[in-house]
Design a protein around this ligand. Structure first.
Ligand code: ARG
Length: 573
């Protein structure tokens, strides 16, 4: 059901070309798209230029012959050829109304169910145990969650998997640090911050203190061999970290289907490496085992270190095998920062050499820059997400209080939480993930411009109008009215609404939630100019009812779209 309008119009164009030039040619490639300049029409077809190659005629003559071949169908009121051969189509308002009504009567405003029966695993957030989440994990969480929601809306079966960094040599250093660098009281009241401190202290001692490194190694070996005491300590590290991560996930309204950390794959690493050897893909090199990827233009990929230990890459290869075996997904999508690009290229290539034909996709993003001092703490440059979220809520609260409206304190706080958190999320989601951005509070919390609060207000404003209509005019469902599209801005709004499903699809295909964010922002802007120029409640009855119906549709599209981005939609602000 994607692009239904464009498809129907393209059908007519194809028929016109067939009629004009005979059925010998293949016209299935002809396309219709929304007009770039609305003063020439609603849609356009630019393919006469391409057709000129086969027909050996001037494009303009081709376009003219095609449009003259058939009578005007009911869905069109005008067809015009312009410039070198553009075909401009102006559609019939009643037909236009029917198209948008077809979207509005579905629950999710016409998002196509293309994912039905298809499974996708999305590996996102994936922070490391015993370390506070850094900005990379925050972005991975926010972008990953949006990609997750968008795929679910398209009907995919999504498995959101949090691939925690819960295994590796760092645990030897950490256990040693836990035992020797923390006080008993600190050990009892353990937090992720304390764990990080213990790690740093212990790590420093590996360089300065005789025998420390050996001690760490011994702790690691004990853990790996299943020593019950070290095992229990390690499990506690995980539990404490998860507790803290979950607090953040809850505030961000993010959840996972699986929390399979690296340790989950521990027992399949040796087998994975054995398979690489058996298939002649891995070879010895200075005591280590590597896969050469010269032919692919990539550096060698280490899969077993010279001390016999496995690494991040080995785990990721084993993870792919396990995921395919258990879930048979069509694709696996990884969301991490740009610094891991080589890692993903390498292990994807190794997986392919192993015969994996599942699509493996690395969705990377640049690190968001922060103006000097914005979130840095005294200890260094660590950005504590909780502090960031607290500040967002606090600032939103000040804005609400500053608006001078009479809202009960409790409601103020809940609104502040919704606006503050959404502002942070939207600041991230509204940019192409791969461009460099600098976060500023001013922009994130701006009430004007492409911001979370702007969209939340836009949504709340439409809802307020709908409520007013229900109170003072009629309780009848606005969607049951007749849609009359008399003015230019009404038409434009409907044409924009019709693009909603496509924008969701494009956001999914490109893994860029900003495609949807941009769409919602332009929709909100268009609504605002409609609202400013077109009285609703004061208009005469039929126009009023038609306009309120349009408002209800805008509310629906904005609501569904913001929800896909994880932006909350209070009906009143
Ligand atoms: N834990 C890793 C890190 O913090 C991210 C893991 C991403 N997922 C993966 N399957 N490699 O850098």
């Amino acid at each position: 059901m994607i692009n239904k309008c464009e498809t129907q119009l393209a059908e007519w164009i194809k028929l016109a070309f067939e009629t004009a030039f005979g059925g010998d040619h293949d016209w299935s490639w002809l396309r219709v798209q929304p007009a770039t300049d609305k003063q020439f029409g609603d849609f356009q077809c630019n393919d006469a230029m391409q057709a000129a190659r086969n027909l050996r005629m001037a494009p303009r003559a081709i376009a003219e012959a095609a449009v003259a071949a058939l009578p005007l169908p009911e869905m069109l009121t005008k067809v015009e050829v312009a410039g070198p051969g553009f075909i401009n189509l102006t559609v019939n308002p009643a037909w236009l109304a029917a198209q948008v009504e077809a979207l509005a009567c579905t629950e999710n405003f016409g998002i196509p169910n293309i994912g039905q029966g298809r499974t996708v695993i999305i590996d996102y957030s994936s922070p490391n145990v015993a370390k506070p989440m850094h900005i990379g994990h925050i972005r991975s969480t926010i972008i990953g969650a949006a990609i997750d929601r968008i795929h679910r809306a398209l009907g995919y079966q999504v498995i959101a998997d949090n691939h925690l960094g819960d295994w590796g040599t760092q645990f030897g250093i950490l256990i040693q640090g836990y035992r020797s660098c923390l006080t008993e009281e600190e050990r009892e009241n353990l937090t992720v911050d304390l764990l990080e401190r213990a790690y740093v202290a212990s790590y420093n001692k590996t360089r300065d203190e005789e025998g420390w490194l050996e001690g760490c190694r011994a702790e690691l070996v004990k853990l790996q061999q299943g020593d019950s005491e070290n095992r229990a300590i390690w499990e506690r590290f995980i539990a404490i970290s998860l507790d803290e991560f979950d607090r953040i996930y809850k505030r961000l309204d993010v959840s996972f289907d699986l929390y399979r950390g690296e340790s989950y794959y521990h027992d399949s690493l040796a087998e994975t490496v054995a398979l690489l050897v058996e298939k002649d893909l891995a070879e010895e090199s200075e005591g280590a085992l590597v896969v050469k990827l010269e032919a692919e233009g990539l550096p060698v990929c280490l899969v077993r270190k010279s001390d016999g230990g496995f690494n991040y890459t080995t785990t990721d290869i084993a993870t792919v095998r396990s995921r395919i075996k258990e879930f048979n997904p069509e694709k696996i999508v990884y969301v991490t920062d740009e610094r891991q690009q080589l890692h993903f290229k390498q292990f994807f290539t190794v997986c392919r050499k192993l015969g994996c034909d599942t699509t493996l996709e690395h969705v990377w993003f640049g690190l968001m820059r922060l103006p000097e001092g914005t979130f840095s703490t005294r200890e260094g440059n660590v950005i504590k997400l909780e502090v960031l979220l607290d500040e967002a809520e606090q600032r939103a609260l000040e804005i609400i209080k500053g608006s001078g409206r009479d809202i009960p304190e409790e409601l103020q706080r809940s609104l502040a939480a919704q606006i503050g958190i959404s502002a942070i999320k939207y600041a991230d989601l509204s940019h192409d993930p791969q461009t460099l951005i600098t976060f500023t509070w001013e922009r994130a919390l701006a009430l004007e411009g492409n911001s979370g609060p702007y969209l939340q207000y836009a949504y709340a404003r439409v809802c307020t109008l709908l409520d007013k209509y229900a109170e003072s005019v009629s309780q009848q469902d606005p969607l049951s009215h007749t849609l009359l599209l008399h003015t230019g801005v009404e038409r434009e709004l409907v044409l924009k609404l019709l693009q909603f499903p496509q924008s969701v699809l494009r956001a999914a295909e490109s893994y860029k939630p900003n495609v949807l964010a941009d769409y919602l922002f332009t929709l909100a802007q268009l609504y605002s100019s409609f609202y400013q120029s077109s009285p609703v409640l004061k208009a005469e009855d039929a126009v009023r009812d038609s306009r309120i119906k349009l408002c209800a549709m805008v509310a629906q599209a904005l609501g569904v779209g913001l929800n896909l981005l994880g932006i909350s939609t209070p009906r009143r602000i």
